[in-house]
Design a protein around this ligand. Structure first.
Ligand code: SF4
Ligand code: SF4
Length: 351
């Protein structure tokens, strides 16, 4: 049974700068971790979890969300991510392990934040379910054996898939110059007739050689299209995609993109993403801008923060939600990340 969250809490959070979303990863299919992550961050107070548009992944996310709901957490929106074209969030790394020299020190394995490349050589290459396409292993192989493969959904498969998944919200990853492809995706979403609280648009500047003015123009085009179909937008500003676990410096990218876009962005909440981590809150406090974004989405950092507990739970042969000691320690870490955003935007008063 799908439990539909009321829109009120999430909408209030968006309106008051308290919005926090967990990004599980648009191509992350590690089902056991996804159920645990969704349960954990829902209990920590996020209002939305964003997962791959994949029936098995959505089922896993709902298991975690139902578990958290039964333990008193607030209802959480389930968002699925799709793309209107080639996008780093929708790719998988791959290599043929039989071509790897036996004495390779496996630098690919050491740089992978998702433990998607096994430590021991043998017949296994990238664990497809765990790989979320961050791309860090690609330049790490001295022999250039690793390649990336896109897995973008066929356009005509989108409407029936959304009917099956019945999410509360959809996020469309787009890029400058793809307004026609974006329009086709929005038409497919409309055709599904799934009742959506929001349609989020994820877009950034990195790698596109454009200015903030160009990006703003692109977002305005998309705004017109969303409104024509009666969708309420949510703008996800992707500062430095998939880098939140790298370090404090990446937090600035997301905040700077918001500072530059804010004066010329179309109507709708603006949410930080791409490079967000535990430093994002303090970086934002130092901003000269006296406005405040609608909130934040945490991806790689939220996952790597609790990864040791997820891995230990796996080694113990049980989900994290069933291992009380590990659960409590992971929940404390998740809460420390989320809590500042659930306070007032000035950081002084609890809600
Ligand atoms: S480093 Fe990134 S792209 Fe490579 S296997 Fe790991 S998650 Fe996938
Ligand atoms: S670094 Fe390259 S050669 Fe070495 S294990 Fe990884 S893919 Fe194989």
């Amino acid at each position: 049974m799908v439990i539909r969250p009321a829109s009120g809490l999430a909408e209030q959070a968006l309106a008051s700068g308290h919005w926090v979303k967990l990004i599980c990863g648009a191509s992350n299919q590690d089902l056991a971790s996804i159920a645990d992550l969704c349960a954990l961050y829902a209990c920590a107070g996020v209002q939305c979890v964003d997962v791959a548009a994949d029936p098995a992944v959505v089922r896993a996310a709902r298991i975690g969300l139902s578990w958290s709901l039964a333990r008193g957490a607030s209802p959480v929106w389930l968002m699925v991510s799709v793309s209107d074209g080639s996008d780093a969030h929708f790719r998988k790394a791959q290599f043929d392990p039989l071509r790897c020299p036996a004495d390779c020190s496996r630098p690919c394995m050491r740089v992978c934040p998702a433990d998607a490349i096994p430590a021991s050589p043998g017949n296994s290459g990238v664990d497809e379910a765990r790989c979320y396409g961050c791309g860090r292993c690609l330049p790490a192989c001295p022999l250039g054996l690793i390649t990336a493969r896109d897995h973008v959904l066929a356009r005509d498969a989108l409407a029936p898939l959304l009917q099956e998944l019945a999410p509360d919200a959809v996020e469309v990853h787009t890029a400058p110059g793809r307004s026609l492809a974006f329009a086709q995706v929005i038409e497919a979403i409309a055709e599904s007739k799934v009742s959506l609280q929001r349609v989020a648009v994820s877009c950034g500047l990195e790698g596109h050689g454009l200015t903030s003015v160009d990006l703003s123009r692109e977002l305005w085009q998309r705004h017109g299209l969303l409104r024509r179909h009666g969708f309420s937008p949510l703008w996800q500003l992707d500062g430095r995609p998939m880098s939140g676990d790298v370090g404090r410096g990446t937090a600035r990218s997301a905040v700077q993109l918001w500072e530059r876009l804010r004066p010329m962005a179309p109507p709708g909440p603006l949410q930080l993403a791409g490079g967000t981590n535990a430093s994002t809150w303090s970086v934002l406090q130092q901003s000269a801008d006296d406005a405040f974004p609608a909130g934040v989405a945490f991806g790689g950092h939220a996952r790597s923060l609790v990864q040791p507990w997820l891995s230990q739970a796996l080694e113990r042969g049980q989900p994290l939600i069933e291992w009380q000691e590990g659960w409590e320690q992971a929940l404390a870490l998740a809460r420390a990340l989320v809590d500042p955003w659930l306070q007032s935007p000035c950081g002084a008063l609890p809600c």
